[in-house]
Design a protein around this ligand. Structure first.
Ligand SMILES: [Zn+2]
Length: 300
C-alpha cells in the first residue's frame, strides 16, 4: 500500500483553519482541548503518527479529513482553469478552508433544526432592525441595538454554549466598544443595563414579528440548545456563499460518511469509502491510503 505524504502546507492550513470546529468536536465528547500538538500531515508530522487517539475517536480527525479532501478537490479543479489560483495556492486554500468550515457549521446547525444563517439581516430580521432603529434615542443606540439583536441570534444558535443565560459581561464589553462608554464590567448595574437592552430588542422583535417568532427563533433555541464548552461567542458566519458544486460535494461526502459510520465502519474506513464514492480519482486518494495505514497501526 502506498504511503504518499500529503501536502504539508495545505494540511497545516486545514489544521489551523478547522480549530474551532475541532475543539467543539472534542468538547462534545467531554475534552476541553484538542490534545494534538502538531498539525497532522504537516511538516512536523507528515504521516499523522503523532495525532492523539482522542482526535481519531472524537471526530477531530474526521473534520480534518473531510475539509482536506474537499479543499484539495477544489484546488485541483481550480488549478485546471485558473493560473492565478495556482500561483497563490495557499492563500486560495485558506479561503476555501474557511468556506468549507462555515458550510460544515451551517450543515450541523440545519441538522438540529436551527436557521442556517441566524445572523443575516434581511426578511423579518430586517424589519426588526428598522423597528430598533426607530425605537432608539439616537444613531449610536440604534447601531448598538441592531448589533445586540445580531449577537442574540448568533448566540442562541451556537452549539458550544454551556449556559442558557445571556452573556451580559461580554456584551457589556461590546457595548463599551460600540458607544465609547466606560462601564464597570461584571457589576450588577451593568448586567441589568444589558438585560434591559435585551428586553428592548426582544420586545421590539415581538411587536414586529410576533410572540411565536421570538419563541421559535430566540427563546426556544436559547433554552434547548446547550453544548459543552465555548469559544469566542461573537464569531459570525461569513456572508459569502461557497461554490454550490462544492457545497453539494461536501454534503454528499458527509452524508455518505455518516451512513457508513452508522453501519459500523470505523472512522478511517467510513472516510475512505465515502471519499471513493464522492471524490473519485482526486488527490484525496493519497489521503485514503495514509489513513488506512495509520488506523490499522492505531488499533493493531
Ligand atoms: Zn484533536
Amino acid at each position: 500500500m502506498s504511503m504518499q505524504v500529503l501536502d504539508p502546507e495545505l494540511a497545516s492550513v486545514v489544521w489551523w483553519g478547522t480549530h474551532t470546529l475541532r475543539v467543539r468536536a472534542h468538547a462534545a465528547r467531554g475534552a476541553s482541548l484538542c490534545p494534538t500538538r502538531f498539525a497532522p500531515y504537516g511538516h512536523a508530522d507528515p504521516l499523522a503518527q503523532q495525532a492523539n487517539l482522542r482526535c481519531w475517536e472524537d471526530g477531530c480527525m474526521g473534520i480534518v479529513h473531510s475539509i482536506y479532501a474537499a479543499t484539495s478537490d477544489r484546488l485541483a479543479r481550480r488549478a485546471g482553469s485558473d493560473r492565478q489560483a495556482v500561483a497563490d495556492r495557499m492563500r486560495y486554500a485558506r479561503t476555501v478552508v474557511a468556506s468549507q468550515v462555515a458550510e460544515l457549521d451551517r450543515g450541523r446547525r440545519v441538522a438540529r433544526g436551527l436557521p442556517a444563517r441566524p445572523t443575516r439581516n434581511d426578511g423579518i430580521a430586517g424589519r426588526i432592525n428598522e423597528a430598533l432603529d426607530a425605537a432608539a434615542a439616537g444613531p449610536t443606540e440604534a447601531r448598538w441595538l441592531v448589533q445586540l439583536f445580531r449577537m442574540i441570534r448568533g448566540y442562541v444558535c451556537r452549539d458550544n454554549r454551556t449556559s442558557t443565560t445571556w452573556p451580559t459581561d461580554a456584551w457589556a464589553a461590546e457595548k463599551c466598544r460600540a458607544d465609547g462608554g466606560v462601564r464597570g464590567l461584571g457589576t450588577d448595574a451593568v448586567r441589568q443595563e444589558i438585560l434591559d437592552d435585551i428586553h428592548t430588542v426582544l420586545s421590539e422583535a415581538q411587536r414586529v414579528a410576533g410572540r411565536a417568532w421570538v419563541n421559535v427563533s430566540i427563546l426556544h433555541p436559547l433554552m434547548s440548545v446547550v453544548g459543552p464548552l465555548t469559544d469566542e461567542f461573537a464569531q459570525q458566519l461569513p456572508s459569502s456563499d461557497p461554490d454550490p458544486a462544492e457545497q453539494a460535494l461536501l454534503r454528499q461526502f458527509m452524508t455518505r460518511y455518516a451512513a457508513y459510520r452508522r453501519r459500523g465502519q470505523h472512522p478511517a474506513g467510513a472516510f475512505r469509502t465515502a471519499s471513493l464514492e464522492v471524490f473519485g480519482q482526486e488527490p484525496s486518494g493519497d489521503l485514503r491510503d495514509v489513513i488506512v495505514d495509520l488506523e490499522s497501526g492505531l488499533v493493531g
